[in-house]
Design a protein around this ligand. Structure first.
Ligand SMILES: Cc1cc2nc3c(=O)[nH]c(=O)nc-3n(C[C@H](O)[C@H](O)[C@H](O)COP(=O)(O)O)c2cc1C
Length: 372
């Protein structure tokens, strides 16, 4: 698995792990891959602590960060809305629907002393502090999702020797990212967890590889074992970018109820829904997604109004999912179709070792095929 990109980044394996969990990021980097911490929704102070913790854990091994930098969102033409402008744009009908949904499922209110996680800021300028903070750390890679990185982020990457990557769900996105100056394109297919387009990984990756050559491409979406890693490299990718497979690892801080649901889910148990973020994102199907998909209910609002609308409801569901059957039914999270193959809790190191062993085994089988 010695691709040029892996060599340039000092990796033993070209395995890039998107995760919101610092333990997973550090464990992947320590096992020879590259852990990439998703920083959406962190306060600056908390982010600084997370990055310092990872650096202490990984020592000289490389790690990276990922930001949500949507090109289009409600209010993007005017640089974004402030909190009160967002609140004015959330219709009463949506608030009522959500209140009724929680009442039907008997989801208790939050205790008075519970504070909600910070909202993730949308807009380049709104994220400038975060981007400046991550560049003060020893990151080797910074990735942008939902839109191309701004020119000043690319410049900072060049100055500091940090590779800049961007996620693409179409060939057009990939070309736009390369025009913006990225060093790596992550071609992410339909089967992926989180925000995703409509073209499958099998179809997308070779098209993107050809369109942006010689810029290296990572394959993302539906990669959860060594055969899929081998297939990604066969499609011309220089590595794999995985998100879902880490969610059922020992290190992952996935909500225990959701982790159990993931372990039991089948290949067809995910849905692309706008119900959590306002943009289509693949997630586990649950009573939550069913309610939002029902045509007799209101449509989800655009980003960032939908996440603002559902933030408190989601906190209420998560806090009570272990002991309230209604919350348990509603609970879900982002995950890809590969969830159907995630049937056992394993350590990150085991996942990495299995990737490497199955890759070697598959290559041997392919050699046998070629030799007849
Ligand atoms: C729980 C979860 C959250 C995600 N959040 C982000 C994110 O904030 N930024 C991002 O670039 N990609 C995000 N993604 C997508 C991943 O970066 C990755 O492309 C995707 O998980 C690959 O497909 P897979 O889930 O089949 O491995 C997320 C994926 C998951 C599963």
């Amino acid at each position: 698995m010695h691709t040029k990109l892996a060599k340039d980044l000092g990796l033993e394996f070209p395995v890039f792990a998107f995760t919101h969990c610092r333990d997973v990021a550090a464990a992947v980097s320590k096992a020879g891959g590259l852990g990439v911490l998703g920083v959406a929704g962190h306060s600056l102070k908390n982010l600084e602590m997370e990055l310092e913790w990872i650096e202490n854990e990984v020592g000289d091994k490389p790690y990276g960060v990922d930001l949500l930098l949507p090109a289009k969102f409600a209010g993007s033409e005017r640089g974004g809305f402030d909190a009160s402008q967002m609140d004015e744009r959330i219709p009463e009908e949506h608030r009522k629907f959500l209140d009724d949904l929680l009442e039907q499922h008997q989801v208790p209110p939050l205790a008075k002393d519970v504070s909600l996680r910070p909202e993730f800021a949308v807009g380049y300028e709104q994220q400038r502090d975060v981007i400046e903070l991550v560049f003060e750390h020893k990151i080797s890679l910074i990735a942008s999702a939902l839109g191309p990185p701004p020119p000043w982020m690319i410049e900072k990457g060049r100055e500091r020797g940090v590779k800049v990557a961007a996620l693409a769900g179409t060939v057009e996105h990939a070309r736009r990212h390369v025009e913006a100056g990225v060093d790596i394109v992550v071609a992410q297919g339909y089967e992926a967890g989180g925000h995703t387009g409509t073209i499958s990984t099998m179809v997308l990756v070779p098209e993107v590889v050809d369109a942006v050559s010689p810029i290296p491409v990572l394959a993302a979406g539906g990669i959860g074992n060594g055969r899929q890693v081998t297939a990604a490299l066969a499609l011309g990718a220089q590595g794999v970018w995985c998100g879902s497979v880490w969610l059922t690892t020992e290190e992952a801080e996935t909500h225990p109820v959701v982790k159990q649901k993931f372990l039991e889910a089948g290949l067809g148990d995910t849905v692309r829904s706008r119900s959590l973020t306002g943009k289509p994102a693949r997630q586990l199907r649950s009573a939550w997604t069913d309610a939002w998909e029902d045509p007799s209910n209101p449509d989800p609002l655009p980003m960032p109004l939908q996440p603002r609308l559902v933030r408190e409801a989601q906190a209420r569901i998560q806090r009570t999912a272990h002991n309230n059957p209604g919350s348990h039914d509603l609970a879900n999270y982002f995950v890809g179709q590969i969830v159907g193959s995630m049937n056992h809790v394993k350590s990150v190191r085991t996942v990495m070792e299995e990737f490497a062993l199955e890759y070697a085994d598959t290559m041997e089988k392919l050699d046998d095929l070629a030799e007849g």
